[in-house]
Ligand binder design. Structure first.
Ligand SMILES: Cc1cc2nc3c(=O)[nH]c(=O)nc-3n(C[C@H](O)[C@H](O)[C@H](O)COP(=O)(O)OP(=O)(O)OC[C@H]3O[C@@H](n4cnc5c(N)ncnc54)[C@H](O)[C@@H]3O)c2cc1C
Length: 516
């Protein structure tokens, strides 16, 4: 089977797997890649599209998390900063440095000296893998960097560095890497029940969500990477399982960057409730986030609501008073549930831990709960180590190689592929866009364009994407529906003023031509 073909129910049913991974978010993807690289026979099933859960609804930061220092989670910050360096190496096109401006105001909850100390520690913990050292700025220098920031009460600030990444495309890259290493992966394939033999779960019943067909898969060990759904999956094994998670909802809104006027990423404290928030640049857009509120336990119901919009707009307006952002400025929004480990009911949502836990259910299923996008590779490594112990597999061939093998597109610096794109006649913004999205795989898109020159055409008048990307999405990135392409492969839904509507018919026609 070629690695980029979605595994059918038949494929999944015929070969006995060592591991069945449930959930195709970043955690499941990471587990499948790590395990396949160690030579295990792996199958991964995802109920909807890969990355369509929390892993495409984050703040898109690969970061140590400056505020976790304040909470004393030094170990988490250290691990995350190390991972930031590893991920920049494995996928430099997707995980990119981002300068942050952090303004200081009179009366801030955390005084300036403490923030400076925190930033020094942040640089130290990052060690040699640091993006760049921070420096502090006087008020005038800060306003030169961010002229439209609120001035009254401003005393100065700092410029520090972290990384930003396309979360959905990172998830996809990890899924593709898993498939490339031999894992069988299937999106739109839901686990509806677990199969029990004696005192163990030995397989799962599956439903193909497109065709409605039912099937079964057998595996020596079942791994639950269901993110905020993981408690629901645990209840398939043990209907009385007490929840491991206390999910909280986080919402983001997107506005045109020209409407707010930020030049950098901004870390600030919301004057409404003194929570740390971000204003983040993304091409010609800015997204603002996030909220952090207790959520209904049903992750399918996570949507930004009116209160989220008001909170985010008011917080951003307090920092950029000239912007006077209104709801009509919002071009897109998203919300996700953080799969946070449960603590006492009195703990405030912002203080819940970003750490993770692995638990073994009564019939042998391993569930992983908690964590962050940034630390997915470490979580995956730990989960596969544990799985190998359960399977009784050991030896040097069992050592994780996930920190040394690049993700698809990360094999070489993308800059060398610019000239070939321009020679094809592609406009410069399109070439830049392709290099950022596909890295060293951009030449595969050029080849498609050479073979079928009609694929050079743009998909949307406001966006640099071209038709070849839709074909690539189907042939190599497991896209099945128009929404898969518009939302998670090319992001026309959040990067155009009409949520990608103008490209809808073209994308649908290209999918139909590919047999979908
Ligand atoms: C608002 C917000 C902002 C965040 N910002 C950041 C950030 O900037 N940086 C960072 O490091 N982390 C961030 N995080 C955390 C990070 O996004 C999550 O920790 C991570 O994406 C969780 O990935 P996951 O794979 O565990 O879960 P998910 O991505 O939710 O994947 C679980 C998958 O399981 C599937 N599934 C469920 N039931 C079944 C079934 N029965 N059969 C098959 N499949 C099933 C679901 O469809 C889903 O796709 C943020 C989270 C939120 C909500």
């Amino acid at each position: 089977m070629t690695p980029w073909v979605r595994a059918s129910l038949r494929d999944l049913g015929t070969e006995h797997s060592d591991l069945l991974v449930i959930g195709g978010g970043i955690t499941g993807a990471g587990i499948a890649r790590d395990a396949a690289l160690r030579g295990l026979r792996v199958a991964l099933v995802e109920a909807r599209d890969f990355g369509s859960g929390t892993s495409s609804r984050s703040s898109r930061l690969i970061h140590g998390g400056l505020r976790y220092l304040e909470q004393g989670h030094l170990h988490l910050v250290l691990e995350s900063l190390r991972e930031r360096a590893v991920l920049r190496r494995l996928a430099p096109h997707l995980v990119r440095p981002l300068p942050f401006v952090l303004p200081f105001y009179r009366g801030d909850r955390v005084p300036g000296w403490k923030v400076r100390l925190g930033l020094t520690l942040y640089d130290l913990l990052a060690g040699r893998g640091n993006v760049r050292r921070h420096h502090t700025l006087g008020k005038r220098a800060l306003l030169e960097l961010e002229p439209l920031l609120r001035e009254p009460g401003l005393t100065g600030g700092a410029l520090y560095y972290d990384a930003q990444c396309d979360d959905a495309r990172l998830t996809l890259a990890v899924i593709r890497a898993a498939a490339g290493a031999g894992a069988r992966v299937a999106n739109y394939t839901r686990v509806t029940a677990l199969i029990r033999e004696g005192d163990r779960v030995t397989g799962a019943r599956l439903r193909d969500e497109h065709r409605g067909a039912e099937g079964e898969i057998r595996a020596r060990l079942i791994l639950n990477a269901g993110g905020p759904w993981s408690d629901a999956i645990r209840r398939l094994e043990d209907p009385g399982a007490a929840p491991l998670l206390r999910p909280t909802k986080g919402s983001h809104i997107v506005v045109p960057r020209s409407r707010i006027g930020n030049r950098h990423a901004i870390t600030f404290t919301s004057p409404l409730d003194r929570r740390v928030m971000f204003i983040l640049p993304w091409e010609q857009w800015t997204y603002i986030g996030t909220t952090d509120t207790d959520a209904s336990p049903d992750p399918d119901a996570a949507e930004p609501d009116q209160a989220d919009f008001i909170y985010l707009l008011r917080s951003a307006n307090a920092m950029y008073p000239g912007a006077r952002l209104r709801e009509t400025d919002v071009v897109a929004s998203w919300a996700g549930l953080r799969p946070l480990l449960a603590a006492g009911p009195e703990t405030s949502p912002s203080l819940l831990s970003r750490e993770h836990r692995i638990v073994r259910g009564p019939l042998g299923m391993l569930s992983i709960a908690g964590g962050k996008l940034t630390t997915f590779r470490l979580m995956a490594r730990e989960m596969v180590d544990r799985a190998m112990r359960e399977l009784g597999v050991s030896g040097t061939s069992g050592r994780s190689r996930s920190d040394s093998i690049p993700l698809p597109g990360g094999e070489a610096g993308a800059d060398g592929f610019q000239a070939a794109g321009l020679e094809l006649g592609l406009p410069e913004p399109t070439v830049t866009h392709l290099l950022k999205q596909y890295g060293a795989e951009a030449p595969a898109l050029y080849t498609l364009c050479r073979q079928r020159p009609e694929l050079l055409r743009p998909l949307h008048s406001e966006h640099p994407a071209i038709a070849a990307q839709v074909v690539f999405a189907v042939q190599r990135e497991f896209a099945c529906t128009t929404a898969d392409v518009l939302s998670r492969r090319i992001h026309l839904d959040t990067e155009t003023g009409d949520r990608g509507e103008a490209a809808h018919a073209t994308v649908a026609a290209l999918l139909a031509a590919e047999g979908l």
